[in-house]
Design a protein around this ligand. Structure first.
Ligand code: FES
Length: 261
């Protein structure tokens, strides 16, 4: 997979610590599917460990891709300081992406886990498969609740949870989801798409298995090479170890060995 030096068109802090970056690449815009990611070099040095996997958040006008990211360390801090007009070393799109299989869509997103789900929502809204989108989004505080308006524009019903109770339900988004489970279970064609911290994914996965609702989860995982070579991203599945970068980042919950997570 070739490296590409891509032009940054925008890199805006949308709320403290969270940035939306717009990158110009008609090629990546054309080839990307929801759930895939870019492996972006987050340093002026050449060491491969200094890349970060960042989900494709949106494709704009067929020639730009956006990434929505949070500053969590040196790499993303470096990224946040990049300016319009600079070039960025990217590999991608990488990974498998979500499969669109049913019409009653349920999203569960924890924190920055919302990032890939907007691209998915837009894709689904353009197909004839959509009956409804119900989204459960959670964060620590109301300032970290992202994309609720974007989801509402796509006619989603949005439920919000904040850990400090500053907006919506007070508590974890997985508990909010659990409280509303009856409305999800009673539909015959629900499918859940979840992205967020592993603990949240496990909760949602176990509930989906209990109530036999198909569920796909996207893992946020540390990566090295991003292309299946270094084994930095392995995860235990019922069929042996798999690589999040190459076999994922999206997996069916049935596939994962949740007892090891
Ligand atoms: Fe190297 Fe996945 S990051 S194998």
């Amino acid at each position: 997979m070739p490296h590409k030096k891509l032009l940054i068109r925008d890199n805006e802090e949308i709320t403290p610590g969270y940035f939306l970056m717009k990158i110009q690449s008609p090629e990546i815009a054309k080839d990307s599917s929801p759930g895939q990611f870019l492996h972006i070099k987050c340093s002026a040095s050449n060491h491969y460990l200094l890349r970060r996997p960042l989900s494709i958040h949106q494709v704009i006008d067929g020639k730009y891709v956006e990434i929505l990211y949070k500053i969590v360390g040196k790499g993303t801090d470096w990224l946040s300081k990049r300016k319009r007009g600079e070039k960025l070393d990217c590999i991608g799109p990488l990974g498998n992406g979500f499969r669109l299989i049913k019409s009653e869509i349920v999203f569960v997103a924890g924190g920055i886990g919302i990032a890939p789900l907007i691209f998915l929502a837009e894709k689904i809204a353009k197909t004839d498969r959509l009956a409804s989108i119900t989204a459960f989004i959670g964060a620590k505080t109301k300032d970290e609740i992202l994309c609720a308006d974007k989801l509402k524009k796509l006619r989603a019903t949005v439920h919000i949870a904040t850990e400090d109770g500053s907006l919506g339900y007070k508590g974890l988004v997985s508990n909010l989801f659990k409280n509303n489970l009856s409305s999800v279970v009673c539909r015959l064609s629900s499918v859940i798409y979840a992205c967020g911290p592993k603990g949240m994914l496990k909760e949602i996965a176990l509930l989906s298995q209990k109530y036999k609702i198909p569920c796909q989860v996207s893992f946020e995982q540390f990566m090295g090479c991003g292309i299946g070579i270094c084994n930095a991203c392995v995860i235990r599945t019922k069929y042996g170890y798999k690589k999040v970068c190459k076999d994922g980042p999206v997996f069916d919950t049935e596939e994962i060995d949740w007892s090891k997570i």
